[in-house]
Design a protein around this ligand. Structure first.
Ligand SMILES: [Zn+2]
Length: 129
């Protein structure tokens, strides 16, 4: 069942608070993606050696594991004032599943709207190489 924006943001907040594992930076991020059938979520995870999994990547990987190939909306939540849009690597990953994707950028108090097209115009894809 498709999620409302509020439900999707709450899922991202819950993932930020309960799934992220960030022993090195302490910077918690949660993400939730809405697909035609249901939502998927993830939190960022850090490993020794300064690498990890971004919350957006975890949410998308869980959707892909279920065979999902279209994502309508992503909500990303962190506690920094104003929140943060996904990083360039995650934006590129997301562009594979809907170049018009709505992005909800949450800071735990409220969210702002942006889109994949706005954050990553003219993204490279297999169709424009
Ligand atoms: Zn990222």
């Amino acid at each position: 069942m498709p999620q409302s924006e509020h439900q999707l943001v709450q899922l991202a907040r819950d993932s930020r608070d309960n799934l992220s594992h960030v022993p090195y930076s302490g910077f918690r991020v949660g993400a939730a993606v809405s697909t035609p059938d249901r939502a998927y979520y993830g939190g960022n995870v850090e490993f020794a050696g300064r690498f990890g999994i971004h919350a957006e990547q975890m949410a998308v990987a869980k959707a892909l594991a279920d065979g999902v190939r279209h994502i309508d909306t992503i909500a990303v939540s962190c506690s920094d004032e104003g929140g943060h849009v996904p990083c360039g690597m995650c934006l590129h990953c997301l562009s594979e599943y809907n170049s018009d994707m709505l992005i909800l950028v949450d800071d735990g108090e409220g969210w702002e709207y942006t889109s994949l097209n706005e954050e990553m115009p003219n993204a490279w894809s297999g169709s424009n190489r």
